[in-house]
Design a protein around this ligand. Structure first.
Ligand code: HPA
Length: 273
C-alpha cells in the first residue's frame, strides 16, 4: 500500500468513528457558499486540525471544518473552508480531502468558488456554471509516483465537469428564474490579482473567469473518477480597459451578493442527484 493510501485510510477511519453519515455527495463550500453550512441537518462537525494528515486552513474568510450531515434529505459531506496553493501547501496537501471524501463513499463533488469575471457579459454577483477549465498554476497534483488503486497514471480530461450535472443545474436555474452563465474557469496560483496584460491574455486563451482554487481539486476528482459540478460566483470585474483596483474585502462582498442564488441552486441540484 502506498504512503498516500495509508494516510487516506487513517483519515477516513477517524471520520467514520465520529459520524454515522454515509455521504454520496461531497461539497466544497468556497467563498460565496459558506452559509450553506448552517443548513446542514443532523450535522457532525469535525475540525480539520483533529483529522489525521489534514492540512490546516489559514486563508481569511475560510473556516476549517469537515461537516457530515443531511442536505435536501441526502447524506452529504461538506468542506467548510478549502486549502489554497498560495497558503504554501503542496497540491498533494490541498487535494488530500478530496481523496478522503472519495473513500468516505462520495460519487459526486460540487465545487463552489469566487472568481474574477473577464467575459464582458458578466457582472459582479452573477453565477457561472463551469463547463471546462485551464490549469495555469504551472503545477499538477498528480506529479509523482502514481498509485493505480487511486486512479490511472494518465487520466482523461475530456469532460472534467459532468455534462449531465451542467444540464441539470441549467434546467433548475431556468425554473427558478436565476440567470446562470456557462464558461471556462482558469486556475492561477495567486495570491496577487492579475495585471491588465494578464487579464487580456487569460481572456484571449479562452477563459471567462479567473480564480485561485478549484482546478487542482478537479484534477484529483477526475483521477478519482468523481462526477463534478463547478459553480462560480463572479466577485469582481476584470475588464482590462476599465480595470479598477480590487481589494479582497470587495471580492468577499461581491461573492456575498451571489450567495442566496448559489445556495438555492445547490440545494435543488442535491435534491435531484
Ligand atoms: N483573480 C484571481 N482570482 C480571483 C479573482 C481575480 O480577479 N477574483 C476572485 N478570485
Amino acid at each position: 500500500m502506498s504512503a498516500l493510501l495509508t494516510k487516506i485510510k487513517e483519515a477516513k477511519e477517524f471520520i467514520q468513528n465520529k459520524s454515522k453519515i454515509k455521504p454520496r455527495i461531497g461539497i466544497i463550500l468556497g467563498t460565496g457558499l459558506g452559509g450553506l453550512a448552517e443548513e446542514i441537518e443532523d450535522r457532525d462537525v469535525i475540525p480539520y486540525c483533529n483529522i489525521p494528515h489534514f492540512p490546516i486552513s489559514t486563508a481569511p474568510g475560510h473556516k476549517g471544518n469537515l461537516i457530515l450531515g443531511r442536505l435536501s434529505d441526502k447524506q452529504i459531506v461538506a468542506m467548510q473552508g478549502r486549502f489554497h496553493f498560495y497558503e504554501g501547501y503542496s497540491l498533494d496537501e490541498i487535494t488530500f480531502p478530496i481523496r478522503v471524501m472519495k473513500f468516505l463513499g462520495i460519487k459526486f463533488l460540487i465545487e463552489s468558488n469566487a472568481a474574477g469575471g473577464m467575459n464582458p457579459d458578466f457582472k459582479i454577483g452573477d453565477l457561472m456554471v463551469i463547463t471546462d477549465h485551464i490549469n495555469l498554476t504551472g503545477n499538477n497534483p498528480l506529479i509523482g509516483p502514481n498509485d493505480e488503486q487511486l486512479g490511472p497514471r494518465f487520466p482523461d480530461m475530456s469532460e472534467p465537469y459532468n455534462k449531465r450535472l451542467i444540464e441539470l443545474i441549467r434546467k433548475i436555474a431556468l425554473e427558478e428564474g436565476i440567470e446562470l452563465h456557462r464558461g471556462v474557469y482558469v486556475g492561477v496560483t495567486g495570491p496577487n490579482f492579475e495585471t491588465r496584460a494578464e487579464y487580456k491574455f487569460l481572456r484571449l486563451i479562452g477563459a471567462d473567469a479567473v480564480g485561485m482554487s478549484t482546478v487542482p481539486e478537479v484534477i484529483v476528482a477526475q483521477h478519482s473518477n468523481l462526477r463534478v459540478l463547478g459553480i462560480t460566483c463572479i466577485s469582481d470585474e476584470c475588464f482590462p480597459d476599465t480595470l479598477k483596483p480590487v481589494d479582497f474585502r470587495k471580492v468577499i462582498q461581491g461573492a456575498k451578493k451571489a450567495e442566496p442564488k448559489m445556495k438555492k441552486l445547490v440545494k435543488r441540484v442535491i435534491e435531484k442527484i
